[in-house]
Structures are given as C-alpha cells and as structure tokens.
Design a protein. Structure first.
Length: 307
C-alpha cells in the first residue's frame, strides 16, 4: 500500500500543478497591473537588444554560443523556480510550438546582428513582428478596427523615424534572418495569448529550445568566447529573457491582440532612452517626437473610446 501511494504521488503532483496553471490563467489583473507588467517586459526586451549588440558587436562571443548560453541559462533558472514552487516543468506536445518559435527567434536574432546595425535590425524585426500579429488577428479574430490599425501604423512610423539615421541597405542574408526572427517572435506572442501559468510555460519553452539548440553549441567555438561575452549571455538569458518573457506571458492574455504587437514597438524608443540615461548618448528632438508618436499610436491600440 505504501509503495502504491508513492507511485501515485507524481500523478497527484501533476494534477495539482495543472490546477495551479488554470487558476493562474484566470487570476484577475487590474489594468494598472497589466500596464506595469507590459512596461517591465518592454524594458527587458530593450535590455536583450542592448546586451546582444554589446556582446556580438564587440566580438566578445560568437552568435551560436551566445544563443545557446542564453537559452540554457534561462531554462535552468526557470526550471529551478518551477521545481522549488511546485510547478510542472515537464514539456508536453502542447509546448513544442512555443519552444520551436523561441528557438527560431533566438538563433535568427543572434546571427542576424552579425550583419546588421542596431537601427536597421530594429526596423526589420518589429516590422516582421507587427505584420505577423496583424495577420494572426485577421486569421483568428477578433478583427482589428480602424483605430487599432491607425495606432499600429503611427507607432511603427515613429520607430522608422527614430532609427532612420542609422539605416543602411542591409545584406540580404542578415535581413532574411531578422525577418525570420521577427516572424517567430510574432508567433511566440500569439501562442502566449492562450494563457497558462507563465513561469512553468515559459520554462518548458526555454527547456525545449535549449535542448534543440544544443547542436549549435557543438559547431560553435566556445573557446573563443571571452568571460565578458559569457557574462552578457548569462544576464541576457536569466534576467532579460527568462524573467522578461515569463512576465510577458503573464500579461499577454489580458492585452488586445493588436495591442500585443503595438506595445512591443516601444522597445526601440526604450533602448534609445536607455542609451541616453546609462551611456550618456545625446538626446535630440528626434527621440522626443518619435517616442511621443509611438506612445500615442500604442495608446490607440490599447484604449477603447467610451460611449
């Protein structure tokens, strides 16, 4: 009897974990909490961009090694949190689309920045993300209204104007990789709208992506990676990716579908503002006006007029 009880324990824990996931997915969040979670996520996305560019542009580490360390460290952090808090971390078939989308985004993003400058990369990435989310909304509904489309166009116009001075004609291979990365991240965003416990679900996505990316590390020359490059990859994996994506998955089910794409257009402006605050970069009228245009456009996708 005791042995039978021990054998039933894992199944009981699985049931409890799944119940927690359903409860978490239904947990109410006020609009202010959703806005706060989205703001933290955007700050994390901007941090990802800054850390990746710092590591790769400075030749501190190769793109393959950076991507695998980023995924593996994020997976280990989330698995540890999930285990300590009793969440289920065992992947199922339902988790594989999210894990594969995360893998494609991470690899495409890392390798594309070997041939793109910051402005061009941001423009291509968020154009692909926005297009993917709009197409997803048109396919699955509810259909976006005119106000939401205008807001998305205004926000993207602000991004284009913000990065325009640094945009050069990109290599075809690098642009193709960034389009692929943006499309994959758009798919990852759409998948996250289905809800679920964010830490466990993000942990399973990272675990799948890290395991599938392991062959990339075998062909990457990790011996050429500097301690600074490895450190940046670890910070990017544990903090701005794993924690940031879990928070993003927590607020996604509460955002309108078009707004989930529009909100992300705040990332380039946030990264530029971070450069002003932390790197003493100059702040001109272009940053101020473009940021205002982006914020106004995002607001149009978020808030419905009262009748």
């Amino acid at each position: 009897m005791a042995a039978a009880g021990r054998r039933r324990l894992p199944a009981k824990r699985l049931v409890i974990s799944r119940m927690r996931e359903r409860q978490s997915a239904r947990a109410p969040l006020t609009p202010f909490k959703v806005a706060g979670l989205a703001a933290i996520s955007i700050a994390a996305f901007a941090g990802n961009s800054l850390l990746t560019r710092a590591a790769l542009a400075g030749d501190l580490i190769g793109p393959g090694a950076f991507a695998e360390i980023r995924l593996a460290s994020g997976a280990m952090a989330l698995v540890l949190i999930a285990v300590l808090s009793g969440r289920d971390i065992r992947p199922t078939a339902r988790d594989f689309p999210g894990g594969i989308a995360l893998l494609v985004y991470t690899l495409g993003f890392s390798f594309a920045y070997r041939g793109l400058d910051a402005g061009t990369g941001a423009l291509i990435l968020f154009a692909a993300v926005s297009a993917t989310i709009v197409l997803g909304a048109l396919r699955t509904g509810p259909k976006p209204g005119l106000r939401e489309i205008i807001g998305l166009v205004l926000a993207f116009g602000g991004v284009a104007w913000l990065v325009a001075p640094g945009v050069d004609a990109p290599p075809v291979w690098a642009a193709g990789l960034m389009i692929t990365a943006g499309t994959a991240w758009g798919v990852y965003t759409l998948i996250g709208r289905s809800g679920g416990e964010p830490i466990g679900r993000t942990g399973r996505n990272f675990l799948i992506a890290a395991l599938l990316a392991a062959p990339v590390l075998l062909v990457s020359n990790l011996m050429d990676a500097t301690p600074a490059g490895i450190g940046l990859a670890l910070i990017c994996g544990v903090i701005t990716s794993a924690a940031g994506y879990a928070i993003w998955y927590a607020c996604l089910p509460r955002l309108p579908v078009i707004a989930s794409g529009g909100v992300q257009l705040l990332t380039p402006a946030t990264a530029a503002l971070g450069g002003v605050v932390f790197l003493s970069e100059p702040a001109g009228w272009r940053l101020v006006i473009a940021s205002g245009l982006i914020i106004f456009g995002v607001a149009l996708t978020l808030f419905k007029p009262t009748r």
